[in-house]
Design a protein around this ligand. Structure first.
Ligand SMILES: O=C(O)CCC(=O)C(=O)O
Ligand SMILES: [Fe+2]
Length: 301
């Protein structure tokens, strides 16, 4: 019975994590063809607005300077189309420091704990002073857009080159962020089941965030395969089988057969390392073992 309720709790947590707005989107956005049609409609709508001198409804204000001047936006969009990922969106150390300090100063939350806590209270192994082990700690978990009030975050969100890549890939000017997260993944030694129950996405899955969406993610701490690196399958934004389209996660061996093990890509890098990814690809976090990981993650829709 306990085993049953534990499994149910993992399932509910997974659904909660992945499903933002239940509705037709929940079915339609799984199909690439629907996402492409949605892009087309948005593009038509936005050009009609422009003809009427109306600016598209959007929460983004591109800044004049970019952190990513070295990025060739067209090439990056091509990489996203082909592989589902584009690398080298790296943040400068001073900004990484600011974001790190922000994550140390904000109250953190976790889905299995009602009381917020601070980074300074978490000791080795993800242990809080009352003995509870936490595998995740998210800033502003219930009102994540509040992160935009912090310039170090809003400067990344409104980066002109990033927005150019995002709009180039989506095919229209993004309207809003469907997710904005700054979170620690702690090296706890907790079981896979418990980490998943706490919301750590360590199983291969694809996300659904509205009819069309794309993610940018930045490591704020040095991250390698022992400290929570993100892993994804290149090309897996295409060619999902019907059973894949209608399930949450898939075992690695199924994905290796479908997309080729040479496409399983682990993203490692120093603090600041960033990438843009179509998060309809199969992807997952890995369990941090040697160090805690801090990640800033934006999903544009
Ligand atoms: O933490 C990560 O690296 C992945 C997170 C993720 O895939 C998700 O929250 O859907
Ligand atoms: Fe995900």
């Amino acid at each position: 019975m306990r085993e049953h309720s534990k499994k149910l709790s993992i399932l509910l947590n997974t659904i909660h994590r992945r499903v933002f707005r239940i509705g037709p989107m929940f079915v339609l956005a799984r199909f690439r063809s629907c996402r492409v049609s949605y892009s087309y409609l948005q593009r038509v709508r936005q050009s009609a607005d422009r003809r009427r001198h109306q600016t598209p409804q959007s929460m983004f204000q591109p800044l004049s300077e970019s952190f990513f001047e070295a990025i060739d936006a067209d090439r990056s969009v091509e990489e996203l189309r082909k592989d589902g990922i584009s690398l080298h969106f790296d943040l400068p150390p001073a900004l990484v420091n600011e974001i790190y300090n922000l994550a140390c100063s904000l109250p953190l939350q976790n889905s299995v704990r009602s009381r917020p806590f601070f980074k300074s209270e978490v000791t080795e192994g993800g242990r809080l002073p009352d003995g509870q082990l936490v595998s995740l700690g998210t800033a502003y978990k219930s009102r994540k857009l509040q992160l935009l009030n912090h310039e170090c975050v809003s400067r990344v969100v409104n980066d002109p080159v990033l927005l150019k890549v995002v709009s180039g890939y989506l095919g229209y000017w993004p309207k809003r962020l469907s997710d904005l997260e700054l979170y620690w993944s702690y090296a706890t030694g907790l079981s896979v089941e418990e980490q998943m129950r706490q919301g750590n996405a360590i199983d291969y899955h694809f996300d659904l965030h509205g009819y069309n969406f794309v993610m940018a993610a930045f490591y704020i701490t040095d991250t390698d395969r022992t400290s929570g690196a993100h892993v994804m399958f290149k090309n897996s934004h295409k060619k999902k089988t019907l059973p894949m389209l209608f399930s949450y996660s898939q075992p690695a061996d199924v994905l290796r057969r479908q997309y080729g093990s040479e496409n399983e890509t682990i993203i490692e890098g120093k603090a600041g390392t960033g990438f843009v990814m179509d998060n309809s690809t199969y992807h997952r976090a890995t369990t941090p073992e040697s160090a805690d990981r801090l990640l800033l993650r934006l999903v544009y829709t």
